[in-house]
Write a protein of this length. Structure first.
Length: 322
């Protein structure tokens, strides 16, 4: 009994204490305000989960800069409504919605294949979609939901689009992969022998593990691209605690408290998107972890030179890639 409590209760306590620390930091520091950004005419971007929240604000801003933006999302009605809203606000916006369910590897493959058939370049890939604290369950392919949606689905999507990203970075302007992670990564643990959380399930631990996995993937991808001489940067971003629908699976009393606190201390989706955009539109060759609009040092685990390639290799095996 104590073992079960330890694996379910301790991750929750650690995550909520971390949340309190982040909120205190946000109270003491003003949110990032983006400077005037250069036009992006002729560039093509994909933003997963771009139908609402942070993703919607990223799409909206990129479209204003002249990007051709593709929203990849599971909810067609929500995605098409986002397209309509952005186009009503900006008649010159070039935005479209395409179906993408990150909980289905088949859907990810179909999305990537459809995109590549169009022969478009790909300058920016924002791996933004995600789930948090969902009840125990499995994706269509049998993976734990946090690991499958937040991490593996985006791993496969990036891998399938990597050649297009490489080709788009050949003209002297770097292409970029940005993975929207969370400060929760710093209390995450990677158990290579139990990535599906089969031995002990905790929604809090599974969420933190998926966010740490994103950072490890982002760092390893950046190294692969630099060593190969490709003009592709890979960055992970922490947008802070943002008032979005991501908190809908909180325990009911906590959800009520969160709604009140969010109005005072959480960032708005536009403020959260500012940090994501700062990493997306930075033209340098730097990878790493970004927060509050700048590159920051995080926990030693994220730069573990043994864990990074080990997780990469296991992920490739799980996805059947070579």
């Amino acid at each position: 009994m104590w073992s079960a409590l330890r694996f379910s209760l301790l991750p929750a306590i650690r995550l909520y204490l971390l949340g309190f620390k982040v909120l205190l930091s946000q109270l003491l520091n003003k949110p990032l305000r983006l400077p005037v950004m250069p036009r992006q005419d002729g560039k093509v971007s994909i933003v997963t989960g771009g139908g609402r929240g942070i993703g919607y604000e990223v799409v909206r801003h990129l479209a204003r800069l002249g990007d051709h933006v593709i929203i990849g999302g599971r909810d067609e009605q929500e995605g098409l409504a986002a397209v309509r809203g952005i186009c009503e606000e900006n008649k010159d916006a070039k935005v479209e919605f395409r179906k993408l369910d990150l909980a289905s590897l088949q859907s990810v493959r179909q999305f990537a294949e459809s995109f590549k058939k169009d022969g478009l370049p790909l300058d920016i890939l924002v791996n933004n979609a995600g789930v948090m604290l969902v009840p125990e369950g499995r994706t269509h392919d049998g993976f734990e939901q946090h690991f499958g949606v937040n991490y593996l689905g985006h791993f496969l999507l990036t891998w399938l689009l990597l050649d297009t990203l490489k080709d788009s970075g050949k003209s002297g302007c770097r292409s970029c992969v940005v993975s929207v992670s969370s400060s929760a990564h710093c209390i995450g643990e990677i158990r290579l022998n139990d990535l599906n959380s089969c031995q002990h399930y905790s929604a809090h631990a599974a969420y933190c593990q998926s966010k740490l996995a994103q950072l490890l993937f982002s760092s390893q991808l950046h190294q692969e691209m630099q060593q190969g001489g490709f003009l592709v940067s890979s960055r992970a971003v922490d947008p802070g605690m943002v008032d979005t629908a991501l908190y809908c699976h909180l325990w009911a009393p906590l959800r009520l408290a969160q709604r009140v606190i969010a109005r005072l201390l959480f960032r708005t989706p536009a403020e959260g998107a500012a940090t994501v955009l700062s990493a997306v539109l930075d033209g340098s060759c730097e990878g790493g972890y970004w927060a509050s609009g700048r590159r920051e040092v995080t926990t030693p685990t994220t730069s573990d030179l043994q864990l990074q390639p080990s997780l990469w290799e296991v992920s490739m095996q799980l996805l059947g890639l070579q």
